[in-house]
Design a protein around this ligand. Structure first.
Ligand code: B1M
Length: 212
């Protein structure tokens, strides 16, 4: 089986929410010498992209999406040890979380894994994170970057408050925002230093902000 076919099957297993199949194709990807980063981005994450699309078209429902996430996590567990830990010189620290009132954390977890693979030390605050927690941890940990994720138009509105307070406390800390309803324009309006459309873009932006 060729590389493209294995990646397609990995995406398919994610869409189907088939944990066994996802694990099996993640193992096959490694055996075939496929780069783990590529397997995650073009297999698992591609599968989750299809899932979101299907949901929007009314072709999939939430319980199925949660199964897809399980399959993606299972495959990622197999692939994670094979990610080439990149060196970005001194290890930079990023405080990451999903904003207050928002419990959508599948995308944030993907962003976390990719940032770790790129050599960042990620302090994961989880989901539904109070504004004060972001600020407290950013200062306490002396973070280089704070990453804020939001999946809802109703929750993303807290982002400018968090960013403003962090900048007030320590202007050197950079901020990145991402998630479905965000855009480069909104990120700018919110005063963020960067915006990531997806996990790989989040990594690129994070690296550029810390001079990596
Ligand atoms: Co809900 N949900 N949900 N949901 N959910 C959305 C987001 C929605 C768009 C669906 C819709 O109506 N079309 C909608 C929001 C509408 C709006 O904007 N106002 C919605 C709603 C309304 C709700 C509830 C209110 C439903 C209800 O109860 N009536 C409720 C809210 C709960 C809450 O948060 N308080 C709710 C609940 C849930 C579940 C719990 C059932 C479940 C989440 C499970 C979980 O995450 N643990 C869920 C799901 C699964 C979705 C959809 C279907 C899929 C989201 C997902 O995981 N996508 C979603 C519809 C959609 O997005 N099309 C929807 C896959 C994931 C890999 O992609 O999260 O986009 P994504 O992450 C990407 C990028 O966005 C980016 O990189 C990631 C990887 O490439 N990214 C970043 C994300 N964060 C980043 C941070 C960065 C950079 C990039 O830098 C820091």
């Amino acid at each position: 089986m060729g590389k493209e076919e294995i990646l397609k099957k990995l995406a398919e297993a994610t869409v189907l929410g088939d944990v066994e199949m996802a694990v099996s194709y993640a193992k096959r990807a490694i055996e075939a010498g496929i780069d783990a980063y590529e397997a995650i981005m073009n297999g698992c994450a591609e599968g989750m992209r299809i899932v979101s699309e299907k949901y929007e078209k009314g072709e999939m429902y939430v319980p199925e999406i949660l199964c897809s996430a399980e399959a993606m996590y299972a495959a990622m567990e197999i692939l994670r040890p094979y990610l080439k830990a990149e060196s970005i010189g001194e290890r930079k620290k990023i405080v990451l979380g999903v904003v207050r009132g928002d419990i959508h954390d599948i995308g944030k977890n993907l962003v976390k894994l990719m940032l770790e693979a790129a050599g960042f030390q990620v302090i994961d605050l989880g989901k539904d994170v109070p504004n004060e927690k972001f600020i407290e941890m950013a200062i306490k940990e002396n973070a280089d970057i704070v990453g804020l994720s939001a999946l809802m138009t109703t929750s993303m509105v807290v982002m400018p408050e968090v960013i403003k307070e962090i900048k007030k406390r320590n202007p050197k800390i950079k901020t990145i925002v991402g998630g479905g309803p965000l855009s480069p324009e909104l990120a700018k309006l919110y005063g963020a230093d960067g915006y990531g459309k997806d996990a790989s873009e989040a990594v690129k932006v994070a690296k550029s902000l810390v001079g990596g």
